[in-house]
Design a protein around this ligand. Structure first.
Ligand code: HEC
Ligand code: HEC
Length: 144
């Protein structure tokens, strides 16, 4: 009787040991789901240190937007950003190109919000076409 009792106890413990991690896993999945929800609605201004123009941009869109700037201007991140060895420093405003870029972002936002005729299609690429300084079409072909 004592033996069967302890066996029963042993089995119970085994079962608990098997089930407990499953419970933990469930709790973990829930915790991660809980974390994900607010991250999605977080704005760039809330997540990053020095956002003055892209305030309402969803935080997870900032990376793709920055890559778009690289492509539109044919540059890399360091064109506008101070980048330390540990990959920090993006919030610094030390490079004049970053300040110029802020004005350009405002210009593009103005075009899209004020001028219906452009149908919200204004982008950096529209003028830059892969060059930091937009090419002047008129100068390109000198008059004869
Ligand atoms: C043409 C200039 C330009 C290029 C190129 C550029 N950025 Fe930016 N970046 C900006 C500007 C301007 C801001 C600030 C926007 C604002 O104030 O709303 C910014 C902000 C950021 C921030 C937020 C920093 C903080 O904490 O405030 C990060 C991170 C960032 N950029 C990463 C990158 C990465 C990574 C690349 C390359 C893939 C890149 N940027 C390329 C102009 C640029
Ligand atoms: C309507 C056309 C137009 C659009 C759209 C535009 N730019 Fe520009 N951008 C220019 C012109 C023109 C210059 C040259 C201005 C000057 O010489 O001071 C320039 C210059 C710049 C410069 C300085 C380049 C250098 O080598 O001196 C940066 C940086 C820049 N633009 C970033 C951007 C970014 C980022 C966007 C998109 C958010 C953008 N621009 C959208 C017309 C535009």
């Amino acid at each position: 009787m004592r033996i069967t009792n302890s066996r029963l106890l042993h089995r119970c413990l085994m079962a608990a040991a098997l089930i407990a991690p499953l419970g933990l896993l469930g709790a973990l999945v829930h915790a991660q789901e809980g974390k994900k929800a607010p991250a999605k609605t977080m704005t760039a201004k809330q997540k990053y240190k020095n956002i003055l123009v892209l305030k309402n941009l969803p935080a997870d869109k900032l990376g793709p937007v920055m890559h778009d700037y690289n492509t539109a201007l044919g540059v890399n991140c360091a064109f506008c950003h101070v980048i330390n060895a540990d990959h920090s420093g993006f919030e610094k405003d030390d490079k004049p190109m970053k300040l110029k870029a802020r004005e350009m972002i405002t210009l593009v936002n103005d075009l899209n919000s004020k001028y219906k005729t452009i149908d919200k299609k204004a982008t950096c690429a529209m003028c830059h076409h892969g060059h930091a300084e937009p090419e002047g079409m008129m100068q390109a072909e000198a008059p004869k």
